[in-house]
Design a protein around this ligand. Sequence first.
Ligand code: R5P
Length: 232
Amino acid sequence: MDAREMKIKAAEAALAHVESGMRLGIGTGSTAEEFVRLLAEKVAGGFRVEGVPTSERTARLCVELGVPLKSLDELPALDLTIDGADEVDAGLRLIKGGGGALLREKIVAAASERMIVIADESKLVETLGAFALPIEVNPFGLVSTRIAIEKVAARLGLSGELDLRQSGDGEFTTDGGHHIIDASFGRIPDAEALSSELNSIPGVVEHGLFINMAALAIIAGPAGARTLQANR
Ligand SMILES: O=C[C@H](O)[C@H](O)[C@H](O)COP(=O)(O)O
């Protein structure tokens, strides 16, 4: 089974949690897109959902495939969000934002009663941090914000490159008009502490650590999909 087939397996298993009539947060990325394709088939067959997309990219795919959309302001309370992740640990702590959608993803997940993460097994890790942590920053005062992130990291015994994400011939810009610093810490033993320290930096808009947000993770491997549950 190749990586795409595993993503489809995870998406199929997630679809079993979706009931007709639900208000659904719809994630971003290649795994979430497999979910959108499967959901669109159900919608074409008469299944009713209202989706809130977590990015312009996801919104375009949903429109193309006929998945009905609403804004989060129109549907401020959602039943369920299905989204991918860049890393998942056994406590269902996540790193997200590889596609740059972390801010809207976190807002949508927080507005949902439940979040289910879908991923292939390459995303499952013992300790978060091999994937560079995306940190969404305001373009104003970028140098000061970078210094503040370095100080926070040093206090927690972390170090590594902080790379301003590029796209084409300039800085990558998120749907919200911000930039992303990818922090290659290598290993993040205390994700909770890093999360709260990063939240205290004014120039940091949001970061890709999702803690206590996912209720379930559906992880697909060659043998099929298995479900991990949050212990809380
Ligand atoms: O910003 C993007 C999101 O957080 C994605 O959910 C994450 O990067 C995983 O994407 P993929 O399913 O393509 O690996």
